[in-house]
Design a protein around this ligand. Structure first.
Ligand SMILES: Cc1ncc(COP(=O)(O)O)c(C=O)c1O
Length: 361
C-alpha cells in the first residue's frame, strides 16, 4: 500500500491532534487543500470570493476553480495582512451593491496570523464562510491558540512544500471541525467517488459510485511517512526560525533606512519569511542595485510577491490595474525576503546583517 494505506490516517490524526481540530485530510498540495475546502462550500458562477492582494497566486486561483469570481482586499502597511478595518469597509460597500462574497480567504502572511476573531465576527454578520490560507503558518498561533484549530473558520489549510514549516516533498493539509464539510472534502479528494459504507446503492461490496465532481488530489504513503516524522520536529523547527528572526530583528530594528514587519506577539509567529522593507530613496539606490549589491556578497534576496491583481492574467481577466490595492503595491516596491530556514545559523544572520549595514549606509 504505497498510496491510501495506514500511514495516511495516522498522519491526519496526529496533525488534527497537534492543531486541536476535529478532522484533517492530507492531500497532494496546499493548493489542492484550499481548492477542496473552497469547492465544498458549494460556490458557483454567480458567487464572489475575496482574498489578500498580497499572497501567492494560489490563494486567488482556488476561488476561480469553483467558477466564482475573485476580488481582493488590500493589506495593512504594517503587518502586511488583511485587517478587520479593511474588510469591514469593503463588506459595507459590497452589501450596498448586493455583491457580498460567499467566502473570504485570509492569508497569514509570512507565518503571522491575521486578526481572526474580529474577521470571523464580521464574516458571521454577513453570513460569509472563511477558509484560512495558513500555508505559511503551520506551527504558529493566534493569541496563544494554534493556527489550525478552526475556531474562527470553516477550514484551515497548510502547505507541505519544501520551503514551509514542515514538508512531505509536496503536500497539503486541510483541517475542519465540521463533519459535513470533512465528508464533502474527502469525496472531492478522490474523483468524487464513494466506496464502502458511503455508497448510495446496495449493489454489492465491490461497488463504487461517483457522487459529485472531484479530483485526484491523493498523497502517497511515503509522503505521509515523511510528513509524520517531520511533524515530530515542527516545534523545534519553528523555535529555530523564531530564534533566527529574533536575532535579525535585534540587529536590524534600529537602521533608519529599513523597516520590519510589525509583530505584536513574536511567540505566535511561525516565521516562514523574514521581510525587510527598504527606503530606496534614502539609500540612493534602486531595488535592482540593492539586490545586485547583496548578490555580490553571496546573499540571494527573494521577493514575495508580485501583487496578485497585477499579474497579466488577472489584469486581463478582471481589468485590474496599478493603483487598485495601493498598500500591496507599496509593499512590493520596497520589500525583500531575507534568508530564513532551519539550516541557517546566527553567524549567517550576522554576516547578512553586516552586509545590510554596508549596503544601506
Ligand atoms: C500563501 C500560500 N497559499 C498557497 C500556497 C500553495 O501551496 P502549495 O505550493 O503546497 O500548493 C502557498 C505555497 O506556496 C502559499 O505560500
Amino acid at each position: 500500500m504505497i498510496s491510501q494505506g495506514e500511514v495516511l490516517p495516522d498522519f491526519e490524526r496526529k496533525v488534527a491532534e497537534f492543531c486541536g481540530a476535529k478532522y484533517c485530510l492530507a492531500v497532494n498540495s496546499g493548493t489542492s487543500a484550499l481548492h477542496i475546502a473552497t469547492k465544498s462550500l458549494g460556490l458557483n458562477n454567480n458567487d464572489y470570493g475575496w482574498t489578500s492582494a498580497m499572497s501567492f497566486v494560489a490563494s486567488a486561483n482556488v476561488i476561480r476553480y469553483t467558477g466564482a469570481s475573485v476580488d481582493f482586499l488590500d493589506i495593512s502597511p504594517k503587518t502586511f495582512n488583511i485587517t478587520p478595518e479593511i474588510l469591514s469597509a469593503k463588506l459595507e460597500k459590497a452589501a450596498s451593491q448586493k455583491r457580498l462574497p460567499r467566502v473570504i480567504i485570509p492569508v497569514h502572511f509570512a507565518g503571522q496570523s491575521c486578526e481572526m476573531s474580529e474577521i470571523a465576527a464580521l464574516a458571521a454578520r454577513y453570513d460569509i464562510a472563511i477558509i484560512e490560507d495558513a500555508c505559511q503558518a503551520m506551527g504558529g498561533s493566534f493569541n496563544g491558540n494554534r493556527v489550525g484549530d478552526c475556531r474562527f473558520s470553516n477550514a484551515v489549510c497548510f502547505s507541505l512544500h519544501p520551503v514551509k514549516s514542515i514538508t512531505s516533498g509536496e503536500g497539503g493539509l486541510v483541517l475542519t471541525n465540521d463533519r459535513d464539510l470533512f465528508e464533502k472534502m474527502a469525496l472531492l479528494r478522490t474523483h468524487g467517488v464513494a466506496r464502502g459504507a458511503n455508497v448510495m446503492q446496495d449493489v454489492g461490496p465491490w461497488h463504487t459510485e461517483m457522487q459529485t465532481d472531484g479530483y485526484n488530489y491523493r498523497i502517497t504513503e511515503f509522503q505521509c511517512a515523511l510528513g509524520r516524522s517531520q511533524l515530530k520536529r515542527l516545534e523545534e523547527f519553528v523555535a529555530k526560525r523564531q530564534r533566527l528572526a529574533t536575532h535579525y530583528r535585534h540587529r536590524l530594528e534600529n537602521i533608519p533606512q529599513i523597516r520590519l514587519q510589525q509583530v505584536d506577539r513574536p511567540e505566535d509567529h511561525a516565521w516562514h519569511m523574514m521581510l525587510v522593507l527598504f527606503d530606496f530613496e534614502a539609500i540612493g539606490k534602486s531595488k535592482k542595485e540593492v539586490h545586485a549589491d547583496f548578490r555580490e556578497r553571496g546573499v540571494n534576496l527573494n521577493m514575495h510577491y508580485y501583487p496578485i491583481h497585477l499579474n497579466p492574467f488577472y489584469q486581463d481577466l478582471y481589468g485590474f490595474s496599478e493603483g487598485d490595492f495601493p498598500e500591496a503595491e507599496k509593499y512590493w516596491r520596497s520589500a525583500f525576503t531575507f534568508p530564513l530556514h532551519v539550516e541557517l545559523e546566527e553567524t549567517d544572520v550576522d554576516y547578512i546583517c553586516d552586509c545590510v549595514e554596508e549596503i544601506v549606509t
